[in-house]
Write a protein that binds this ligand. Structure first.
Ligand SMILES: Nc1ncnc2c1ncn2[C@@H]1O[C@H](COP(=O)(O)OP(=O)(O)O)[C@@H](O)[C@H]1O
Ligand SMILES: [Mg+2]
Length: 419
């Protein structure tokens, strides 16, 4: 038997594959794939892709580009199977998404898609994404965050804590709520006996949040993902969205852009706080000074709710309204602890008398008084440092240090009593 000499050369090996319901709906992708890969790519629908990915022929492929639009959202499980099959073969997965909702996108990325490009494809976007996929994954040291370029020695989220939730709410703008929240959190981290204790600050002042500024931290994109898709939140996602200050204090910053406060639901906030509580010993929450739909979700979870005020008519009037609002909604007013910031000096007797009169007329106890720390406080904030790091002996710092210690002791005592 004579064999015919083969005139055909081997066809180019298939390096990649587009997967979609109908690739004709993504004609820009066809053009770009041709430009990048010539003939070395194929196209499949979801069903065929699943079969193909399980065959030996697909071994060694560089990537699959899964193209989806809003009509595919109902087919999420099919797409997920394809992603899993590709990952099982160590084939990279690139998503091409045309008007897909953030939550679906988020789910697909979570399942292991390596990258995504919006459709219509921006000029050069497919080329860049392919370049990124082809680069061998760098071996990153533990805790390195490629998004911010910082080291973030995250501990393993184990869900083994039952943290104390301490919200801080300024009764008027500028009374010092954020200074209090950020510095109290840092003082808790500095308590010598508290080695291994986990503290976080969550900035829920979604529009004017300045915890990031006061601790000189960048604002991560991941924060927005968490806030807009809390259904997908788990401990790992929350930890990854946080940054650490001086390798100790974990911070969930406010997003980079202003968010409408009503965009977030009480359930969203509940899930974030519950997840934080399960992974930290102290959860400090910086609240917006307005009362919003989810204030209740925070208040009901709070152990103690700090309300900051100053000795002026503005604070007094707002406290009256605040108390009335809580009572109208039958919310637990007894959790509120009033903190007078920039309190008068011990020697200023007439001002002391005014504090007393203010408390009496509002029928509240002012349990904590914090002194004016002068210019040093604003300087520390502007430099992005806690007062403990920039003005150790500042009188405000000393009071916050004492408060942190007493909160720590109280919590220890409560834990011992439970055990
Ligand atoms: N006890 C204090 N002594 C001196 N300056 C303070 C004190 N508390 C706050 N400040 C300053 O007041 C300004 C407003 O504080 P901030 O914490 O941002 O207020 P809020 O969060 O209530 O709007 C900042 O410039 C801060 O440095
Ligand atoms: Mg503030």
């Amino acid at each position: 038997m004579t064999s015919k000499p083969t005139v055909q050369s081997d066809p180019a090996p298939i390096l990649a594959c587009t997967i979609s319901r109908d690739v004709q709906r993504f004609d820009l992708l066809i053009d770009d794939m041709e430009a990048e890969l010539g003939e070395a790519w194929g196209d499949l629908n979801f069903e065929d892709a699943l079969v193909f990915l399980k065959q030996p022929d697909s071994t060694g492929m560089q990537f699959v580009a899964i193209a989806v639009d809003s009509e595919d959202e109902s087919e999420l499980s099919k797409m997920n199977d394809v992603i899993k099959a590709a990952k099982a073969k160590k084939i990279k997965v690139l998503l091409i998404a045309n008007q897909v909702s953030p939550s679906v996108l988020h789910q697909m990325l979570k399942l292991g898609a390596d990258d995504f490009v919006p459709y219509p494809l921006p000029e050069g976007a497919l080329h860049d994404a392919i370049e990124r996929l082809r680069k061998p994954a760098p071996v990153l040291p533990d805790g390195y965050d490629p998004e911010t370029g910082t080291f973030n020695p995250v501990f393993k989220a184990r869900g083994d804590r039952n943290g104390v939730i301490l919200p801080v709410h300024g009764m008027a703008g500028g009374v010092g709520a954020t200074t209090f929240a950020a510095n109290l959190a840092w003082e808790l981290c500095l308590i010598p006996e508290a080695e291994g204790m986990r503290v976080c600050v969550i900035d829920l002042d979604l529009q004017f949040g300045s915890v990031a500024t006061y601790l000189d931290l960048p604002r991560k994109e991941a924060v927005l993902e968490i806030l807009t898709d809390t259904a997908a939140i788990d401990a790992d996602a929350l930890m990854k969205s946080m940054l650490t200050f001086n390798e100790k204090l974990h911070v969930f910053t406010a997003p980079a852009d202003m968010l409408p406060l009503e965009m977030i639901t009480p359930e969203d906030i509940g899930r974030i706080l519950d997840t934080a509580q399960a992974n930290f010993d102290f959860v400090i929450v910086d609240m917006p000074s307005t009362v919003v739909a989810w204030t209740e979700a925070v208040l009901t979870r709070a152990h103690v709710y700090f309300a900051l005020l100053e000795l002026d008519l503005r604070s007094a009037q707002n406290i009256l309204r605040f108390i009335r609002a809580l009572k109208a909604e039958a919310l637990p007013h007894d959790k509120v602890r009033y903190v007078l910031n920039r309190a008068p000096k011990f020697t200023d007797l007439s001002a002391k008398a005014r504090v007393k009169r203010m408390a009496e007329s509002l029928d509240i106890d002012i349990e904590v008084q914090l002194p004016d720390g002068g210019e040093q406080v604003t300087q520390a904030n502007d430099h992005g440092l806690p007062i403990a790091e920039s003005a150790t002996k500042n009188p405000l710092r000393k009071e916050l240090q004492k408060l942190a210690k007493s909160l720590y002791d109280l919590n220890k005592a409560a834990e011992t009593a439970k055990a």
